[in-house]
Design a protein around this ligand. Sequence first.
Ligand code: NAD
Ligand code: UDP
Length: 343
Amino acid sequence: HQVSSDIVIERPNNSFPKTKPRSEGSRLRILVTGGTGFVGSHLVDKLMKQGHEVIALDNYFTGRKRNVEQWIGHPNFELVHHDVVNPYYIEADQIYHLASPASPPHYMYNPVKTLKTNAIGTVNMLGLARRVKARMLLASTSEIYGDPEIHPQPETYWGHVNTIGPRSCYDEGKRVAESLMMAYQKQEKVEIRIARIFNTFGPKMHMNDGRVVSNFILQALQNQPITIYGEGEQTRSFQYVDDLVDGLISLMNSNTTLPVNLGNPEEYTIKEFAELIKRLVGSNSRIINHPKQEDDPKQRKPDITRAAELLNWKPKISMKEGLKKTIEYFRDELEQEKVKIKK
Ligand code: NAD
Ligand code: UDP
């Protein structure tokens, strides 16, 4: 099972995006695991533009080379096909550890692999960080709060997770990843950072991603029914990917080892969200209800006080503004599909 399909264009040497000139001394070697995925590829773009050396490592489960094709052949960029379940040896100053499926249908597809990726994969990256004295940031998730009984969720909340439910491979996988980060910090003195990421969307999301933003936009653009799971009274708060990337980089370069929520507190019910997307797209889609998903969290909204205090970070892009850009991206993707089919 591989979600990706890939066509990569090799670029002539002079057609790379602009990168900041840097002296050898100020240029860092940065490993991004999951570097060809949705968030990973946006992070790679920003770090490359800042003039760093970037190694994007991925097993292409849900990532694709196309997401980083603009850097292929650039002297500061390296693409590595590797699975984090196996150890990896390289020199690096910083590690952003993002490798893990993130969409419920993807992480539920092979729950054993999801657990191995988050547990063994995180041990392997922490072992690497210890050996080369790199600072490591874990992409954790709001899912560690489970179906939360406290609203909004501050980092001090311990969560409400069903250990034997269908989401536990991901939720518990990320919880053990956080525990591993803390253990390696305490025992092995690894410098750690933990980002608890809330629902994020934007361009470069996979057409088959299966999460609500891509599903609803693609359904609306094709005038197909918009599928709400359950009654649609459950809530989510969505952040645009550029805000997340800024938050991840600020957190990595801060001096806090506490977990930090990164999300946009603008909260919508899924029903409101479906109506909003239908309106923004100008679609004729009907909105229909599918059966409720097991253990689907009823509400989710980040308390971002800590990010504001410690990182001076808050989201800058409103959900509507972000949605407009994302709708345009999916419109283009659909056009390209049509061209491919005609050929
Ligand atoms: P994504 O599926 O687009 O990216 C994940 C990447 O990890 C893919 O490129 C995939 O191929 C790679 N990967 C998976 N297993 C791997 C393995 N064993 N070895 C190497 N590479 C592997 O998802 P995303 O939305 O970009 O998520 C990135 C990270 O952020 C994940 O760790 C996810 O848990 C976390 N996160 C994302 C969100 C969100 O809303 N996007 C929310 C919370 C947390
Ligand atoms: N959802 C939905 N229809 C879809 C996909 C998702 O109603 O086609 C709902 C899902 O049940 C959940 C919310 O949208 O309540 C967010 O789902 P997503 O898979 O994006 O991420 P989650 O926050 O659950 O990890």
